[in-house]
Design a binder for this molecule. Sequence first.
Ligand SMILES: Cc1ncc(COP(=O)(O)O)c(C=O)c1O
Length: 396
Amino acid sequence: MKNRDVAKLTDKYVAQTYARYPIALVRGKGARVWDADGKEYLDFVAGIAVNGLGHCHPAVVRAIQQQARKLIHVSNLYHILPQSELARELCHHSFADRVFFCNSGAEANEAAIKLARRYGAAHLGGKYEILSAHNSFHGRTLATLTATGQEKVRAGYDPLPPGFRQIPFNDLRAAEEAIDPEKTVGILVEPIQGEGGVNVPDEDYLRGLRELCDRRNLLLIFDEVQTGLGRTGKLFGYEHFGMTPDIMTLAKSLGGGLPLGAMLAREEVAQSFIPGSHASTFGGNPLVCNVGLAVLKTLLKDGVLKNCAKMEKVFVRGLNQLKDRFSFVKSIRGKGLILGLELEIEGAKIVDACMQAGLLINCTAYKVLRFVPPLTITPKEIERGLGILDKVLARQ
Ligand SMILES: Cc1ncc(COP(=O)(O)O)c(C=O)c1O
């Protein structure tokens, strides 16, 4: 089947929730993918920050094969060794004491919201309200889209569940003023906003939120679905800011491309979940957790985090050269390998033209080109990709 045939099939039978590009990707290796017509692309999208180790990394393939031969799925009615081991590793390398496993970022945030509500009910006199930020993105379930600070995500889903309110991102005073002493149980925030346009807060914002939550007895919840697992050059985004949250959510690259989400919490908070309070049929099954273990081990052992921090410098240098050359480039933002190039023009046609020229990138917030390549990317690949982007920008 060629690109056109796959597109026809999609258009006829698949729910129309995605505006798709007219190519079908059928094969990948490292930072490269091929479409059904045999064309090769350099992939700076990486499944939107999912393929942190690149496509079909040998450690991921091996973990899938080995576990698939042994045991793919059993219920959480029983103990699951890879799940327990992955929980141990996540806790050893973070602030957390316990992990709840699920299948996606939205589900991880849903679990965080439910845990916060139970904690509020048990310890804070029934407080339940979550404050989240304008331009945030937390998922597409009813609760998480209500927490999401983007009107377009919420449109058409009224009535939305109560207990959510948005505050401006990167504004400590607004956060403090928004707290309702009767209702607010916690603040949910991405350390760097991904979908909202790669927005990095000021150095002291997250530390300020921590201090605020301590002073007002609130839970601080970090959505690290996009920033977690090495994306910013450290294992978790919060590590850049010298503080820890009470709850953190992960997904995207945790499963190396398999659906795996996790909600981590410190003990006192985690205790508000008891048997029966939350569950997921597939969450934490042997196959995905064995892959999660391989992803984590590879990230920690193979110099991937160091590579990410090094490649940030190479990438940002290249983006600065583009900024110097093109007056419609406004700013460069991000950390590690979640980087954005803010333009004064719409990004969609640039994304299209790059794709034609063999480079996959993505655009968020209409005018921000987003780059979330594999963390294993090489200087040569960055140079080649930015070379393509340079030629495309020169035609604008
Ligand atoms: C920060 C953040 N949270 C949550 C989500 C939702 O994740 P999922 O699509 O796996 O439900 C995303 C997805 O882009 C995200 O970037």
